[in-house]
Each structure stands twice: as C-alpha cells, then as structure tokens.
Ligand binder design. Structure first.
Ligand SMILES: Cc1cc2nc3c(=O)[nH]c(=O)nc-3n(C[C@H](O)[C@H](O)[C@H](O)COP(=O)(O)OP(=O)(O)OC[C@H]3O[C@@H](n4cnc5c(N)ncnc54)[C@H](O)[C@@H]3O)c2cc1C
Length: 348
C-alpha cells in the first residue's frame, strides 16, 4: 500500500482520492474550503456540442464511466444526486438543424440525438424559426449535494482535512509534507494552480461563470432547455439559468452585469413569469486547447498534476481520475491529448 497526498478537494481531487482508496491505497486529501467551481456547478453532463452538432471529446468513453462512478457513489453514500435528464436544444440556425437532421440518422449519433421537431412549446421564445431536438443520454449531478456527500465519505475514512497547503512544508526531493512521507503528491487545485510553485508553465486560465436560481410555476420540470444558455430544472418550480463566460476574472463576486446577461439568456428562451432567488459565481479551470492537463513533474517525479477540467468536470473526472490513478500506480501511459508535453517546455 502506498501513501498519496492530494491537494484540492473539488471534483478532480475527490474523485481521485476515492479511486485510490477503493484500490486499497492510503490517501490524505487537503482542501482549503475555498472551492471555486465544483460545488456551484450546474452539474450537467451533455454529450453534444451544439452549432456543428458534434460529440463531445471522448464522450463514448467518458459517459459510461461517469454513469458507473456516480451510481456507485450513490450506493456508497445512500444518497440520490445523479439522474438522467432530457436536454431540448432550440436550434440557433437553419445550418444547425441541417447538421442535426443529418447526424441523427447515423448510427454514431443515434444514442444521443432524437429526431428534430417543429412543435411550439408553451412559454418558449426560441423555437419559432428552426425548431428543436432532444439530446438523449444526458445526465445531471446535483453538484452541491454530491460534493458534500463525497467529502463526508472521505472524512469518515479519515482521508480529508480542511487546511491550506503550506508549500514551505513540502520537500519535493524527499516527498515529505509536514514531516510525513508520501509516495506521490498530486495537485488538483483548479483555478488556484498558479499559486503553487510547481507546474507553473502549465497555463490554467480562469473562466468565471455565473448562474441564477429562479422559481417559476410556468415552466415544465421535465426538460432542460438550451439556447445561448440553459434553463435546468432542479426541484419543484426551481430552475438554474446559466451560464456566463467571463475570461480572465479570478474573483467569485456576483455582478449586476452577470445578472443582466443571465436574464437576457432566460428571456431569450422563456416567456413565462419567474422570480430570481439566488445568484452564484465560480471559476472554471480552463486550458487554451480545451483539454485537461494530467502528468508528472519532469524533475520532481513524485509530483503530479490533475487539472484543466474546464466546463466539463462532471463528465470527465470519473474516467480521468481512473486513468490518473493507473498512471501514478503503474505508469500506464496517459491519453496523448492530456499530456504535459503539449506545453512544449522542459521545465514545467
Ligand atoms: C458557473 C459554472 C457552471 C458550471 N457548470 C458545469 C456543468 O454543468 N457541468 C460540468 O461538468 N461542469 C460545470 N462547470 C465546470 C466544473 O465546475 C469544473 O470543471 C470543475 O469543478 C473543476 O473541478 P476542480 O476540482 O478541478 O476545481 P475546483 O472545483 O476549483 O476545486 C479545486 C479545489 O482545490 C482547493 N485548493 C486550491 N488551492 C489550494 C491550496 N493551496 N490548499 C488547499 N486547497 C486548495 C480549492 O479550495 C478547491 O476546493 C461549471 C463551472 C461554473 C463556474
């Protein structure tokens, strides 16, 4: 059995910690409770990228593992935070509808796209011109609930501590932290990675996002709507509206401008009445090529990074945490597209 220190308890760090524990490893996860992203996310798992109607990167691999992972965790925690949803996409152009209709007929897309429709939905503002279609095999994780439960599980295994990572206490040569020896130290710090003195050539960009919670009796709770943003049912008469994309901002303050953008997204889709009950903001850790970053430090071989989950942490973390674990424990090569080498710098 080996000992692993993980810094950062978002979806990346928690999923890796849980994988390692289940594999019989000893884990210490430390988190400073300043979570920027995982606990406020909408938690949607959408297999399709709209406009050109393409499958999300590696979705045929990510999706089955995500379903297995969340369902296993529901059994371990005896909680319900994962469910299948229907995403109705209102097409943004004639071209998009054309792509949809073409791809929907192919075997490759039949698990994900249902035939397009021209029916007008009650209170819909966005299906007048080109109609809509349902994305199948989409899911939602109740992110706040999930994060609370997985952290409770890790606390019950005495694997999680709430504290700030003090870099002066890490000896990267001897792999000791606060005088305790580890076999690996994995940084899963999300958008705070640039405060860590290792892997600092890896550019984790900050993409702020804001979300609203609204109450409405007019909207059906059976479908999620998507058109320039989303309207996601989360409970009786309760919906999330999202999300803004604000590049470069590192603060998590909610803003008036964010509110205006979100109302614009909402009213572009929905003509019913509603009341806003909450606004939140977070920072997505993104990378220039929209691929995650996994790997080993070229000088200090016991140090690792697992980051860059961007807008799709809930889809990708289950399988990537498994691949990361195999890389740490048995050197199994990582997918080429996530490797550190693409930053093309020796000293990362
Ligand atoms: C508005 C919004 C909506 C989103 N919606 C979705 C969605 O619908 N579906 C989806 O899949 N994704 C969504 N995302 C993206 C998703 O949230 C991210 O992909 C994911 O949360 C990134 O997880 P992470 O663990 O890498 O980072 P984080 O969640 O930021 O976690 C990093 C953790 O490290 C800790 N930490 C950092 N530095 C230190 C330190 N020095 N010492 C101790 N602890 C430290 C932080 O406190 C934090 O808890 C959304 C994001 C936003 C902002």
């Amino acid at each position: 059995m080996k000992r692993h220190l993980i810094i950062g308890g978002g979806i990346a760090g928690c999923s890796l910690a849980w994988r390692l524990i289940q594999n019989g490893e000893q884990v210490r996860l430390i988190d400073d409770k300043k979570n920027k992203s995982s606990s406020i996310a909408a938690g949607m798992i959408n297999p399709i990228v709209f406009r050109r109607v393409t499958k999300s990167w590696r979705v045929d691999e990510f999706l089955p593992e995500a379903v297995r992972f969340y369902q296993d965790l529901e059994r371990s925690t005896q909680c319900k935070f994962f469910k299948e949803i229907k995403i109705r996409r209102f097409f943004a152009s004639e071209q998009e509808k054309k792509y949809w209709d073409e791809k929907q007929k192919t075997t490759e897309y039949q698990n994900y796209l249902s035939p397009s429709e021209n029916l007008k939905r009650p209170y819909s503002n966005s299906d007048k011109k080109w109609g809509s279609g349902i994305v199948k095999n989409a899911y939602r994780v109740d992110a706040a609930y999930f994060m609370k439960e997985i952290q409770t599980l890790l606390l019950s295994r005495k694997s999680l501590r709430y504290e700030f990572f003090d870099q002066n206490q890490l000896n990267p040569y001897e792999l000791t932290y606060k005088n305790e020896r580890y076999d690996s130290v994995v940084f899963c710090c999300g958008s705070d990675q640039d405060r860590i003195p290792y892997f600092n050539r890896v550019e984790i960009q900050h993409t702020k996002g804001q979300l609203l919670t609204i109450n409405s009796c007019d909207m059906t709770e059976k479908e999620t709507w998507n058109h320039k943003g989303f309207l996601l049912p989360t409970g009786p008469n309760l919906f999330k509206v999202g999300a803004t994309i604000e590049r470069g901002a590192r603060d998590t303050r909610i803003t008036k401008e964010g509110m205006e953008n979100l109302i614009h997204i909402l009213e572009g889709m929905f003509s019913g009445s509603y009341q806003v009950s909450k606004q939140v903001a977070g920072i997505r850790p993104t990378v220039f090529d929209r691929r995650p970053v996994l790997g080993q430090h070229p000088v200090h071989n016991g140090l690792y990074i697992f980051n860059g989950l961007g807008t799709k942490g809930y889809l990708m973390a289950p399988l990537l945490s498994q691949e990361m674990m195999h890389f740490i424990l048995s050197d199994k090569p990582l997918n080429r597209e996530v490797q550190l080498m693409r930053f093309n710098k020796k000293d990362v």
